[in-house]
Design a protein around this ligand. Structure first.
Ligand code: KIV
Ligand code: NA
Length: 270
């Protein structure tokens, strides 16, 4: 089914059901996910999932624009968000505005997402005052993997208070939603109960206002690194493995291509 109009940041924030979100990087995947999702995120996780990088640090605005265009082309129902990649926005609010405006103009996405807490609040305010809807991203911030000391669960002990302050600062700065990644569950629950904008959890809590997973993770298509918060809803990677093995065998025994795939090939009489 197709709804009349694409979700907007405004309609997402007003949903009275949990926000259903997945990452998407390509047109065919966006087409499959779009009818079921409220939000499709072109995550900078594409550096790891699509390009085989070991972190998201080397992802560029050009990559985000190319994949953002692909996902917008493949969707008509979901709001599309595009991640601002590392190094393209942290320097100043002006730098963040320039890259956000370029990404939104070239892709047609409805909003951008950026990582950061208290230190990025000024930037989030600058963008939201100038026509750029922003999704925040707190808790584990993969672009800060070296500061965190690895991909880990955050928000134990003293970290919890800092992350709560981050949530409040990003909400006050005007973000219409905030992703909470890889935190202790009670902290994500408390943040979600204390904010008036919807939180979107990944490795967070069922109390969040929505949930997101990396599409390839939940489909069983990416196995380099599988955090505990990933639930595999399918094992597509195993199906691809079997299909490619069958293809290889059919080429090697010359049963493919057969008469059905060829033009004017005499059928063998049996
Ligand atoms: O890049 C990404 O996939 C993300 C989600 C995990 C929220 O930021
Ligand atoms: Na991201």
């Amino acid at each position: 089914h197709v709804t009349a109009r694409r979700h907007t940041p405004r309609s997402l924030a007003a949903l009275d059901a949990p926000i259903v979100a997945l990452t998407a990087y390509t047109t065919p995947m966006a087409r499959l996910m779009d009818p079921h999702c409220d939000l499709l995120l072109v995550g900078d996780s594409l550096g790891m999932v699509v390009y085989g990088m070991d972190s998201t640090l080397a992802v560029t605005p050009e990559m985000m624009i190319a994949h953002g265009q692909a996902v917008v082309r493949g969707s008509q129902n979901a709001c599309v968000a595009v991640d601002l990649p590392f190094g393209s926005y942290q320097q100043s609010p002006q730098q963040a505005f320039a890259v956000s405006a370029e990404i939104m103009a070239k892709t047609g996405a409805g909003c951008v997402k950026l990582e950061g807490g208290v230190e990025m609040a000024e930037t989030v305010h600058f963008l939201t005052q100038r026509g750029i809807p922003v999704i925040g991203h707190i808790g584990l911030k993969p672009q800060a993997v070296h500061t965190h000391g690895g991909f880990r669960t955050v928000g134990r002990g003293d970290e919890a208070e800092q992350i709560m302050q981050d949530a409040k600062a990003i909400e006050a700065a005007g973000a219409f939603s905030i992703v909470i990644e890889s935190t202790m569950e009670p902290l994500a629950r408390e943040i979600s109960e204390n904010l008036s904008v919807p939180t979107i959890g990944i490795g967070a809590s069922p109390a969040c206002g929505g949930q997101i997973l990396v599409g390839e993770d939940m489909l069983g298509l990416f196995s380099d690194f599988t955090p505990r918060f990933v639930k595999r809803f399918a094992a597509i990677g195993e199906q691809i493995d079997r299909a490619v093995a069958d293809y290889a065998a059919a080429v090697r025994d010359r049963s493919f291509p057969g008469p059905e795939q060829c033009v004017g090939m005499p059928k063998k009489d049996s």
